[in-house]
Design a protein around this ligand. Structure first.
Ligand code: G
Ligand code: G
Ligand code: MN
Ligand code: NA
Length: 251
């Protein structure tokens, strides 16, 4: 098992990486956004799952260091996007409720964006509501981020405690339909009904909806048929190390 000391080395020696998975518009070949996903290839234990990285950081007192490291990689990508004439592309970063509760995420994030001169609207924070209690701990920080223009996405929507009330309380601009609802969508009336309902909710409340975990052409076609505006999944593109963005045709 990866230990705490290994992580502090990894942070220093850049064994830790941030990969990016594209998010596509309805018809699109060109991505409209990216989700940042932390990756750690341990010299002995191989790939360590992100949840374990975050948990190890918490045990080692490295939660803030890890967050700052990931934020730096995200900001590097944001700067590159802006320079390549793609300032409308949004980059999303996952922050767990626990990280949000323990670290001054709002101050750290807004400070970096200001120093780098990046528009806050290029950044999105993805948060999962794991317990009903999470809301109180994170509400103030999400409000500060949202007020400054950072976008908020409620991740894993349709699982756990995700509720209608939390959409407002967490100031969600976007919901991400959990892949458990997307997998098998084509052959499950129940799942299709739920996805249809979330899409309707999004339209009524003016909240963008992303379907994640799209693994097959059938999933994609069904989601297009339902009018899903934003798509993410292995069928479209896998997470990958940062690479140059294609130059926009107009520039
Ligand atoms: O990328 P992967 O499918 O392995 O991610 C597994 C889980 O880890 C997902 O729930 C994802 O949101 C989470 N995750 C990935 N990257 C990060 C990160 O940088 N920070 C946090 N808090 N969670 C992450
Ligand atoms: O909880 P969250 O939505 O942040 O989880 C994102 C994770 O899901 C990423 O780690 C990514 O590697 C993974 N992922 C992305 N697309 C797919 C997919 O199509 N299928 C599966 N099984 N996982 C995916
Ligand atoms: Mn996510
Ligand atoms: Na999710």
């Amino acid at each position: 098992r990866a230990c705490e000391r290994d992580l502090s080395h990894a942070l220093v020696e850049s064994a830790l990486e941030v990969w990016f998975q594209p998010i596509f518009g309805r018809g699109g070949r060109v991505p409209v956004g990216l989700e940042a996903l932390v990756r750690w290839r341990h010299p002995v234990h191989g790939w360590i799952p992100p949840n374990e990285i975050v948990a190890t950081a918490a045990m080692a007192g490295l939660t803030e260091s890890l967050l700052r490291f990931i934020l730096e990689q995200v900001c590097t990508t944001l700067c590159a996007l802006r320079e390549r004439g793609a300032p409308d592309v949004r980059v999303a970063m996952n922050v767990s409720p626990r990280e949000m509760a323990q670290v001054s995420v709002d101050e750290i994030v807004l400070d970096r964006l200001r120093v780098l001169g990046l528009p806050p609207s290029m950044l999105e924070i993805e948060i999962t509501e794991e317990t009903a209690l999470d809301i109180e701990a994170v509400q103030g920080k999400l409000a500060a981020l949202s007020k400054a223009g950072v976008r908020i996405a409620l991740d894993d929507f349709g699982t756990g405690y995700s509720s209608l009330a939390s959409l407002r309380q967490l100031r969600a601009d976007r919901v991400k339909i959990d892949r458990s609802l997307v997998t098998g969508l084509t052959t499950s009336d129940d799942k299709r009904g739920m996805v249809h309902a979330v899409l309707g909710l999004g339209r009524s409340l003016d909240i963008e909806v992303v379907a994640e975990g799209i693994e097959t052409a059938d999933d994609l076609e069904t989601l297009r048929g339902l009018g899903c505006p934003l798509m993410q999944g292995y069928h479209l593109a896998r997470p990958a190390p940062p690479r140059p963005w294609p130059r926009s045709r107009s520039s």
